[in-house]
Design a binder for this molecule. Structure first.
Ligand SMILES: Nc1ncnc2c1ncn2[C@@H]1O[C@H](COP(=O)(O)OP(=O)(O)O)[C@@H](O)[C@H]1O
Ligand SMILES: [Mg+2]
Length: 362
């Protein structure tokens, strides 16, 4: 099932009775504050252009009030845009009639909410089958499909439990099972994990990543947490005051933050866990030793550092999946990446510096 990308083009959302009248002034530079103070309208989104590739996880990140929920709700048109398009394949979601929209929402999209959105008087199984029930899928089939996903999210044995008998993390698993039972191509997750305790949250991230390996859904995941964004996102778009201020891969964001705002965000990040060796490697060395340490492309700087330090190697060869040499990395380069270019490191990197760097990434 080759999933299609979602392309958001020149999307504006201005809340208020005369939103349309203010698109042009906003295009010409009227700020969110001016619009609000002088005209009583709220700038929700300004000129959003994002391509959300089919089959990948795209994270929308930003502080509270930056427009994340407004944006994700345009994808299944819970909110109508003031102007712009939301394309799914060739279809413009904003131009669908009621029936097309109903079909699109039921068949193509599933939402997972922060507050779980479970029906309290229904047990886990009954919650999971809900979407299929609405679609008129026969009882036997919908329950079989639901049971499969209940197991896959780690809730085997809990089908007959009611939401209030489950912990927050388990309730969120039910939310996920329900979304997956619908078998929609697009999974919309608005701060789905934000209310969970940190450890449970990381567990749930792992559940999503594991499932995604196999499912290849088109996931739009909203968070205000950078670590979560970097861990989950194949691509990340950062919003501020309704505008996209940077989009790219996690490494793009960490290595080349677009402005001071994002720099402040990424400052505390564990770079070594995000950046992969390809991002910092040099061309293959001309005379690479046959016995050189070989590191597969896709290895994080952190993992490469560990391997090279165990092997006591100053350099390593980066190899592609097919085993071709695609570049080389040095211990020195890895450590410079780890601590950030802005910090000066003396020419020679001693074992003590390596040891300290390695201890810092734990
Ligand atoms: N229905 C609405 N009417 C007026 N303003 C709104 C409405 N919904 C959202 N907003 C405003 O739009 C901006 C973005 O909100 P939202 O998308 O909820 O942000 P986030 O999800 O990033 O916290 C905020 O300034 C918010 O107050
Ligand atoms: Mg929100």
């Amino acid at each position: 099932m080759g999933s299609q990308s979602i392309r958001i083009r020149s999307l504006y959302k201005i809340f208020g009775p005369r939103g349309r009248d203010f698109v042009e002034p906003v295009m010409k530079g009227m700020t969110k504050t001016e619009l609000n103070r002088e005209h009583g309208h709220v700038l929700g989104l300004k000129d959003i252009n994002i391509t959300i590739p089919g089959g990948g996880i795209t994270v929308i990140m930003g502080l509270s009030g930056s427009g994340k929920s407004t944006l994700i709700r345009h994808i299944n048109r819970l909110i109508d845009p003031t102007s712009g398009e939301v394309l799914y394949g060739d279809a413009d979601v904003c131009r669908m009639d009621q029936e097309q929209l109903r079909q699109f929402r039921q068949k193509k999209t599933a939402m997972v909410f922060q507050k779980f959105g479970l029906l309290p008087h229904r047990n886990v199984l009954q919650n999971a089958v809900y979407g299929l029930e609405i679609q008129g899928v026969a009882k036997g089939e919908r329950e079989e499909r639901a049971q499969h996903w209940i197991k896959r999210v780690g809730l085997d044995g809990f089908a007959a439990h009611y939401p209030n008998q489950l912990s927050g993390g388990m309730q969120q698993r039910v939310g996920l099972a329900r979304a997956l039972t619908n078998d929609a191509e697009i999974l919309l997750m608005d701060e789905a994990y934000s209310a969970l305790d940190p450890l449970i949250r990381v567990d749930m991230q792992t559940v999503l990543l594991d499932l995604q390996q196999e499912l290849k859904k088109t996931v739009v995941f909203i968070t205000h947490d950078l670590d979560e964004a970097l861990r989950l996102g194949d691509r990340i778009a950062i919003l501020r005051d309704g505008e996209v201020i940077q989009q790219g891969t996690p490494a793009d964001i960490v290595l080349r933050p677009a402005d001071d705002y994002i720099t402040a965000f990424v400052k505390e990040v564990n770079r070594a866990r995000v950046i992969q060796v390809e991002a910092i490697m040099s061309p293959p060395a001309a005379t690479s030793a046959r016995q050189a340490v070989r590191i597969p492309a896709g290895t994080t700087v952190e993992a490469a550092l560990r391997e090279m330090s165990v092997a006591n190697a100053a350099t390593a060869v980066v190899v592609s999946g097919e085993g071709h040499e695609v570049g080389s990395v040095s211990m020195d380069g890895l450590i410079r990446c780890l601590v950030g270019e802005d910090q000066h490191i003396p020419g020679e990197i001693s074992p003590a510096v390596v040891a300290e760097a390695l201890s810092a990434i734990d």
